[in-house]
Write a protein that binds this ligand. Structure first.
Ligand code: HEM
Length: 419
């Protein structure tokens, strides 16, 4: 445990991890409208936001794309069928072009065999048996150092002081990125920074930080994820070769973005849900193993990223609606996860319900590669909080937290006191 792990500027974290700035100002509960839409048909023409009356800017996967027709699915069966049919519903509108930016050339936009080959290069680092490596090297030291930093204060906003910091420091640590540079990386991958001299905001700074690390690991690999990428060999058309710098930087951009954005918000959602139902804090204190069911249920009940999209590559008809090639179909995983055809009392948060596959982490070829890592971060972090902060509860003097955002959901704050 070192002090530099916690030397993050809280004002900058607040700015980078504030959904009021990122989410375009959506503050309503979308679930009643999603239920109404599902009841009137599983598939509708339009984007998820516009269909529920949101008229702010829509920026997420497959958005805004104003030139394309948009459709949205709201029931489990249709969402599930779309994401498993990767012949028709694909991650990008055309085959990836290597001249595009870092995000557009990443594995997330690939389909078919090419996607499979790239994913296989890093997937083993995210298998369950690799989790002790993550916990020992990055997660546990970060969690303990953060709690050390605020334990004696008796109060904290866990959203800024805890939830935001753990995923970004974990994934950056695994890339050999220093604590000082971690927030610049977060700004770059989330497009918040406006660094001059780059095609995309923040990408110039991202390159500046990553390139020397890639060079150093090519010369001398270490026991970290960036070394795995640098040493990975890709076999294409019978020929094996190491990844190019562009491939490594694209991979890094994707993993640093995916690894630093989602777990933060899901951790906040889980903590607020538990703090509003203190019997679950007590249950975890008595038996930390209940956390697994609690986390799975919270992700079903309120996934942080409730909508993902696919591009339609061939004309197709679904539920009697013609969808032309070139359209974007948005799968509302949030609505699918509360489909009454699959779950009884779907709006109730009930960790005791029998487990059933939900879509919070996706499904099919592009199912979340970091799910085990996210679960390990969540379990380690919440167990340590409950262990170390007696009588942990919502701060009665602070404004009650609200879960906000449409395409990215999370709490406004997680104000707590203890002792
Ligand atoms: C609670 C936290 C997380 C949630 C809820 C989440 C959710 C998701 C979902 C729903 C998808 C599928 C998207 C689609 O269907 O189009 C996805 C994909 C992905 N996630 Fe996560 N994720 C989380 C944490 C992480 C972490 C920690 C990483 C680590 C690097 C990660 C890496 C990825 C990657 C690389 C993909 C793309 C996989 C592919 O295209 O094959 N995620 N995630």
């Amino acid at each position: 445990m070192t002090d530099d792990r916690i030397a993050l500027d809280p004002a900058r974290i607040r700015e980078l991890f504030d959904l009021r700035q990122l989410g375009g100002g959506f503050e309503e509960d979308p679930y009643p409208a999603w239920h109404r839409l599902r009841e009137s048909g599983p598939l509708h023409e339009g984007t998820v936001g516009r269909l529920i009356g949101f008229d702010g800017p829509e920026t997420f996967f497959g958005l805004p794309e104003p030139e394309r027709p948009h459709f949205s699915a709201f029931d489990f069966e249709t969402c599930d069928a779309i994401i498993r049919d990767s012949d028709v519903f694909m991650m990008s509108p055309s085959d990836p072009d290597d001249k595009l930016g870092l995000y557009q050339t990443s594995m997330l936009t690939m389909d078919g065999d090419r996607h499979h080959r790239y994913r296989a290069l890093v997937q083993p680092s995210f298998y369950p048996e690799r989790m002790p490596w993550w916990t020992k090297n990055w997660i546990q030291p970060t969690v303990e150092a953060l709690i050390d930093s605020f334990e004696s204060n008796g109060r904290a906003d866990l959203n800024v002081e805890f939830c935001a910091a753990i995923p970004v420091l974990t994934i950056c640590g695994s890339f050999g990125i220093s604590v000082e540079d971690a927030l610049d990386i977060r700004a770059a991958v989330s497009g918040v920074d406006q660094s001059p001299g780059s095609g995309r905001p923040g990408v110039g700074r991202f390159m500046e930080i990553l390139r020397p690390i890639v060079e150093a690991r090519r010369a001398q690999p270490q026991d970290d994820l960036i070394s795995t990428l640098v040493q990975a060999e890709l076999t294409e058309e019978g020929q094996s070769h190491v990844l190019s710098d562009t491939d490594i930087l694209s991979f890094s951009f994707l993993l640093l973005g995916a690894g630093s954005g989602t777990t933060w918000k899901q951790m906040g959602i889980i903590l607020v849900t538990m703090l509003e139902r203190p019997e679950w804090i007590e249950a975890v204190r008595r038996d930390p193993s209940v956390l697994h069911a609690l986390i799975e249920e919270s992700a079903r009940w309120m996934p942080t990223d409730p909508v993902f999209s696919r591009y339609v590559r061939k004309d197709v008809a679904l539920h009697g609606i013609d969808i032309p090639a070139g359209a974007v179909v948005h799968q509302c995983y949030g609505a699918a996860n509360r489909d009454p055809a699959r779950w009884e009392r779907p709006d109730e948060f009930d960790p005791r319900r029998a487990p059933r596959k939900n879509l919070a982490f996706g499904r099919g070829a592009h199912t979340c590669m970091g799910k085990n890592l996210a679960l390990t971060e969540l379990v380690t972090a919440i167990t340590a909080l409950v262990d170390r902060l007696p009588n942990l509860r919502l701060d009665p003097d602070a404004q009650s937290p609200r879960i906000i955002g449409l395409y990215e959901r999370g709490p406004t704050a997680v104000p707590v006191v203890w002792g």
